[in-house]
Write a protein of this length. Structure first.
Length: 115
């Protein structure tokens, strides 16, 4: 026979599976915390209280927020093969010393002043 659940009292949690899904959707498109909270219709205190009790969700957020960056990086690298200009832009950013517009030189100068 299943054990009967006992109401422990207190407020019910506002962080429901639906709220978690909304937070994940927002963080997957790299929303700020405030934007995600607004989208999920929860208060900041409730969010941070949840993170304290569920630190694994913090890790999940970090993973989700990297997705747009990875997608943009994939698109940029794909663009390299599409045009010379894209390839050079990429090289200028990744290999500034070799392909950058500015060249840096270390020069040593010795001045003798007759006073």
């Amino acid at each position: 026979m299943a054990k009967k659940q006992v109401n422990k009292g207190g407020r019910p949690t506002v962080i429901t599976p639906e709220v978690l899904a909304k937070l994940e959707q927002a963080f997957a498109i790299d929303c700020s915390v405030q934007e995600a909270l607004s989208y999920a219709s929860i208060k900041q205190d409730a969010y941070y209280d949840y993170l304290k009790k569920h630190p694994e969700f913090s890790e999940r957020i970090l993973e989700l927020r990297e997705r747009p960056v990875l997608g943009a990086r994939q698109r940029a690298v794909k663009g390299i093969t599409e045009s010379y200009s894209n390839a050079m832009d990429y090289l200028k950013r990744k290999k500034k010393d070799e392909f950058g517009d500015e060249q840096k030189y270390d020069v040593e100068v010795t001045l003798k002043l007759n006073v």
